[in-house]
Design a protein around this ligand. Sequence first.
Ligand code: SF4
Length: 130
Amino acid sequence: MTRARMPRPHEVAAARRDPRLLRALAERRLDEAWRTRGVCQSVDPETFFPAPSEPADPAVALCRTCEVQGPCLAWALDAGDAHGVWGATTPRERRAMQIAWQAPAGQIPPDGSQPGRDVRDRLLSLVPLT
Ligand code: SF4
């Protein structure tokens, strides 16, 4: 088993601007029943867990058609799930997103509601690049 390398600063910077991450932030807790509506419900689960030597493209393409990719990616980032394709992202992409995702606890409203756009922008800009 090989160890995953740490994301490089330019990868984290790109992750901060990634529309998939911003969508996940916006839809983080909007749909607690997202799993029941995922496109993957009707596809072989193995598709979403390709071997390291296999391409993830087929799974990512399916995710891109899925209406719940925002909450799905938010779940994977909250869980720190390092395996498989979630919310149209590969594990490598999520490692960079994970750094941007980790916000100071006090920045998230206690009721779990969505922060406004200015707060989300601040959350993403507060995370150190190193
Ligand atoms: S985004 Fe992908 S992994 Fe997530 S629910 Fe949809 S199809 Fe499944």
